[in-house]
Ligand binder design. Sequence first.
Ligand code: FES
Length: 131
Amino acid sequence: MALYSEKVMDHFRNPRNVGIIEDADGIGEVGNAKCGDIMKMYLKIRDGIIQDVKFETFGCGSAIASSSMATELIKGKPVSEAMTLTNKAVAEALDGLPDYKMHCSVLAEEAIQSALEDWRRKTGEAAPEAE
Ligand code: FES
């Protein structure tokens, strides 16, 4: 069996939503101390909806595929839904990651949560009830 699913390879080779949002409403940057990989997420939020999301990842292929898939999963969705996105859901959407690469998907979850936290800080928005 191939080590990586076709979806992982596809999102690694053709990552969606790469880049920065100049006037982002929320920015989150997280890193993994062990491998040194860094992920940055930019969110554009209007009326409680994630209108746009972009990312920059300086890291391994699994981290790039995870960030790409995570942006696809939250784009156009309510903030309340983005808040509940887990690394497990990202990995599942990628048709799985090898066990020793699961930590790479954690970066995607953390980067999104950190960007949402930044948005809340800037806007004074209360955390919406998770559905
Ligand atoms: Fe560092 Fe994948 S090895 S995030």
